[in-house]
Design a protein around this ligand. Sequence first.
Ligand code: SF4
Ligand code: SF4
Length: 542
Amino acid sequence: MKRAGIALDLGTSGFRGQTIDLSTNQVIATVITVRHPLPGANVIDHLNFAIEAGKDVAHNIIIAAINQVIDLLLKAEKIKVERLAVCGNPIQLSLFENIEIRDLAYAGEKKQQQLGLVPPDRGSKEYRGECFPLLQVPPDCLILIPPAVKHEIGADALALLVLSGILEQDKISLATDYGTNAEMALKVKDRIITGSCAAGPALEGQHISRGMLAAPGAIADLLPEDGGHRCMILNEDMIPMEGDLVQLDNGAVLAGGILRARGITGTGVIAVVSRGLETGLVKLPQINTASTYLNLADEIRFGEDDLQEAGKAMGAIRAGYITLAGEAGISTDDIEVAFMAGASGTYVDARKALKVGTVPPKVKEIFQVGNTSLILARMLVQEPEKLVFLENKARKLQASHCMFANSKVFERAYLLEISYWTEGMPWEQYEKFAAMYRLPHLSLPRENVQVTKKVMRDISDLGPGGMKSIEKVGIEGRWIMEGCSGCGRCIEECPEEALLIDAENGITMRMDRCSGTACRRCEHVCSEKVFHLSEFWRKVGA
Ligand code: SF4
Ligand code: SF4
């Protein structure tokens, strides 16, 4: 029987897993989930869900999704899983471990004391498979969890710091893991300031009408060519290949491509906005075409609602590094080097990212470094003794965390960003208000930047088994609510098509599709007032 380990990255928008052959240390295969199994679109939604439905329910759902990943990775082959390493942000890891999470919701010490909350140990951990009865690994499987740097600076941020190359830089540098929750670290001499910015899901291709995660069939870039734009589409190996050459304003196909598009991912969104601004087809906050859409390959259209969603995400990231610069007492123009991690940070055309402001404007060098969280998990599977090294590193790092939620600078910068992206505030006015608020100076982006792509894909090595994806993630549950008339209003109202009703008035919910506590439309429209979301979640997730 083959001996293998599994590396897992529990991301906010989905999970990524790889099997590693322990006799050769080579990757065997890769599996991703196309969405997160818990209701909600970001870490705050996941946290609220876990508090409302109960952390046991959230834990069960996460383990069910991990079991799907493990099943597909092993494909019924005779493989003994001897090690499992799991990396992610503090909320995902705490839910995996099924430890206290409420301290992550209430940041102030006073509030925590009032509630009698004791933050749990989030240092490095070693478990055995038997500690996780629902997890499909052998009882003696070694389970490794990397440490957080501090309460708010999780293992994913440690991965970004240790693996991006920022710690070796002497110049003022910013490392960003682009995603639904953008983790950021600014290094000024020996000082590191981190922040975590709820950018929203648009940069992962979600909440965009034809959006999708970075997966085969996704439009990942847009290149000007012969009077039109060539849509670049990810193939089965996650390499961008030519799709149709189209005219953005009227959708005319000027030349066919090799691949067909299924949707657009976050990097494609940045490319569309960047090219739209450059060509004048986007005049914020509007799309300046007869149809008010930008037309891409295979009838995929990008509309003004998509532009707003994208603007909010890009604006949040810019507000994030403005805030870190303010915290460090520097101008954003002083940031010379940028490290871009995560799928969005890897596939994006870095110059387009610079143009739309998701990279500080005056950086001279950009490094695109891949999915550091998964790389860290893989490293631990291959060399479990590195856990001690990571624990020492985490303890020694002189890092402080800036809570954007409590930052006046972030609040003001984000307000300006929203006005710029969604209301069309002119740049001159933005600058005037930024100066009035004493925000760190923000210039227009430089043109000549040096870009080094350290990896071709966010997951650099997929293994000979290639990459497979799971579309239906985690669990779906059915429950007959007492007093339900079967009117179907909740089903019609659900914006995510997460609900189904059957002949016995049994309602089935796809947890991975549900928007969670931020939505609740099904509950509000229930004609008989019998739909109680938290009760539903508790029943079906127990
Ligand atoms: S309507 Fe209900 S089931 Fe549908 S997304 Fe909203 S909360 Fe979830
Ligand atoms: S809206 Fe209420 S009564 Fe109508 S089907 Fe849904 S749960 Fe039942």
